[in-house]
Design a protein around this ligand. Structure first.
Ligand code: SF4
Ligand code: SF4
Length: 173
């Protein structure tokens, strides 16, 4: 290919690219002023997991390991324990509970398989997406980080109403 045709092709490519850029400039911008304003997430959003409790505050997890078995990233670590005390006194809904329940967010891909696998509705995805840390070790979340009664919720997000569209790719801008 000659130098002339090289220049012509390069110029055409630049004009084509810049035409896309210039076509966007007059359009209305949609910018989220995070964290000054809360980000709106869809109800189906998969954020940091929540471990649930029943109406009496007993942990729902019975340490059956089904979530860990379903996890393709092998990032759930559970230690099961027995608590033979009567329901009123024990930690969980059942005699068996998770003494340790860790999720390594350095490996989790937020696929939701663990939630699907759980027969007790003990684990769901919450909405917290603020998982950035300076130290990889801090990506390991323990039961205290995951329990719905203990997990600190960020004020930097809100969950959209069911009929509210917040997907930027579908938004007319
Ligand atoms: S969301 Fe997926 S990768 Fe993350 S802990 Fe659950 S099963 Fe594992
Ligand atoms: S979270 Fe659910 S699936 Fe996982 S160990 Fe507990 S009860 Fe079993």
């Amino acid at each position: 290919m000659s130098i002339i045709s090289d220049i012509v092709e390069s110029t055409k490519a630049i004009i084509k690219g810049m035409s896309v850029t210039f076509s966007k400039i007059p359009k209305e911008k949609w910018t989220v002023q995070y964290p000054d304003e809360p980000v709106t997430v869809q109800p189906r959003y998969r954020g940091q997991h929540l471990l649930h409790v029943d109406e009496n505050g007993k942990e729902k997890c019975v340490a059956c390991f089904l979530c860990a078995a379903a996890c393709p990233s092998d990032c759930i670590y559970i230690v099961a324990a027995d608590d033979p005390r009567p329901y009123e006194e024990r930690i969980g809904v059942d005699n068996r509970y998770a003494a340790v329940y860790n999720i390594d967010y350095g490996r989790c891909i937020f696929c939701g398989f663990c939630v699907e696998a759980c027969p007790k509705d003990a684990i769901t995805h919450g909405y917290n997406f603020e998982l950035s840390v300076y130290n990889r070790a801090d990506l390991l979340k323990t039961k205290d980080d995951l329990l719905i009664t203990k997990q600190k919720q960020s004020p930097n997000y809100r969950v959209a109403w069911a009929d509210e569209d917040v997907d930027s790719e579908y938004k007319v801008v």
